[in-house]
Design a protein around this ligand. Structure first.
Ligand SMILES: Nc1nc2c(ncn2[C@@H]2O[C@H](COP(=O)(O)OP(=O)(O)OP(=O)(O)O)[C@@H](O)[C@H]2O)c(=O)[nH]1
Ligand SMILES: [Mg+2]
Length: 442
């Protein structure tokens, strides 16, 4: 395998840039460009060396010797000054000395191929880098530390044991009476595995929402104060506010972190009957945004309630959605209404008294049990669904007294689906697809 190099710090000017080199010639190639106190050829792993790169820069070189490195190969990280010229020139010299420029995610791909991490951990590295909130960071970190892998490996081990017993029966097909794999044992195990997989599958909605941000659509009649509410949540004048009905025409999305959780608020065009073509398109978008959202904030003008909730939400599929009704503009009411429950809240967006709403939004998220593994990756979710239907076929097959041969086929489908998540079963296409989404240098 070739020795690769890439800039691992973000593109641009910085105090320091790190150029990473990995492969069997990493140390000798860097040694040929670097003048330090001693040659790098004899440098120990986990050691750092100060020196110069001729006519270019001072640098600190960190040595990681195989297999004790991220990629499992010899790795050298060169920390130099972060000027664009230095970074490019250093890359140029490295490729001149025999390195190949790394492909996106190639360092992590090598870590996977060399057995340092499994596929779900490799994917979690990308998630960790792109995490925008504490919640997303926590999920990625638990996956990097092997949370998902551990669960899946345990399930696979149990399945493999029973599958091999079934296959032993097939080897002795002439002796029909032989049954190595106890069917009631298998049935119990299949049921347990079904439950385990089901539990993981059910965490996806929350895991995915926490990773990508919980989407919250702000819906309601015109002039209710939806844009004012968005601005209050974001803390800046993001959307145009006016007392003209139908001010907002298109959806406007902004992210806000509340208690370490990322929310994506979507302000929408007020819903009303209109002949205006552009406004109608906007209203269509409002409905679509509501249908895609995890939570709907249904905003009303509490001083002027001439539309009903049904009028506004009638064409929107709200099944399984959390709807919080917001009675806005309480400052205009003679009497302060007595307060709010988990699905209704009185507030004045204009006066920015939105703290109770922020608390309510967080309260509406399902509680995570500590140490629970959340599935946040669509690929994992789809593979788990496949594994679940395969294990259910096994259960049905057992009820129908199907032959060991047929049972073993479904068991293999289940094993394969689980193995795809951690990368035990994989294809070049899947790998290519996963790592092409990484940045270069990771
Ligand atoms: N008194 C009072 N006025 C408010 C409050 N919230 C919004 N308004 C006013 O209500 C009017 C409409 O506000 P917007 O935020 O533009 O309303 P909208 O729901 O986005 O309206 P459309 O975009 O037309 O659908 C503006 O004049 C706001 O200043 C509030 O809490 N109290
Ligand atoms: Mg508006």
């Amino acid at each position: 395998m070739s020795t690769i190099c890439a800039i691992s710090t973000p593109a641009g000017i910085g105090g320091i840039a790190v150029v990473r080199v990995s492969g069997k010639d990493a140390i000798s190639i860097v040694d040929s460009l670097f003048e330090g106190k001693h040659s790098l050829a004899t440098a120990k792993g986990y050691s750092m060396h100060y020196g110069t790169i001729a006519d270019l820069d001072d640098a600190v070189v960190s040595i990681f010797r195989a297999p004790h490195s991220f990629t499992g190969e010899d790795v050298v990280e060169i920390s130099c000054h972060g000027s664009l010229f230095i970074q490019q020139e250093l890359l140029h010299r490295l490729t001149g000395a025999g390195c190949k420029p790394a492909q996106p995610g190639e360092f992590t791909k090598r870590a996977f191929l060399n057995g340092k991490i499994d596929l779900s951990q490799a994917e979690a590295v990308a998630d960790l880098i792109s995490a925008q909130s504490k919640a997303a960071h926590n999920i990625a970190l638990s996956h990097i530390r092997g949370g998902v892998s551990e669960r899946l490996n345990h399930l696979r081990e149990q399945l493999l044991k029973i599958t091999s017993l079934l296959e032993l029966e097939l080897d002795f097909a002439d002796h029909e009476e032989l049954e190595f794999a106890d069917r009631s044992e298998l049935s119990k195990l299949a049921h347990e595995i079904d439950l385990h997989i089901g539990k993981l599958v059910s965490t996806f909605k929350l895991g995915n929402a926490l990773k990508n941000g919980i989407s919250v659509a702000i819906i309601g009649p015109t002039n209710a104060g939806k844009s004012t509410l968005l601005n209050a949540l974001v803390g800046e004048d993001r959307a145009i506010v006016s007392d003209i009905h139908g001010t907002t025409r298109d959806t406007i999305e902004e992210t806000v972190s509340i208690d370490g959780i990322l929310f994506r608020f979507i302000d929408t065009a007020g819903i009303r009957q209109t002949d205006n073509q552009i406004e109608s398109i906007g209203i269509d978008r409002s409905r679509k945004a509501a249908e895609k959202a995890d939570i709907i904030l249904y905003v009303l003008d509490s001083a002027n309630m001439d539309t009903t909730k049904d009028d506004i939400l009638k064409d929107i599929d709200t099944i399984d959605k959390t709807i919080i009704t917001i009675y806005n503009k309480v400052d205009l009411l003679q009497e302060q209404p007595c307060i709010s429950n988990d699905n209704e809240i009185y507030l004045s967006a204009k006066h920015g008294d939105i703290e109770p709403l922020r608390k309510l939004l967080v309260k509406h998220l399902p509680n995570e049990t500590p140490n629970e593994i959340l599935i946040s990756n669509t690929r994992h979710y789809e593979a788990l669904c496949l594994a679940q239907s395969a294990i259910r076929r096994v259960q049905q097959g057992l009820q129908q007294n199907l032959s060991g041969e047929l049972l073993s086929m479904d068991l293999h489908d289940c094993l394969d689906a689980l193995g795809e998540i951690t990368g035990e079963i994989t294809s070049e296409d899947v790998l290519g697809n996963i790592f092409s989404h990484f940045c270069i240098g990771k």
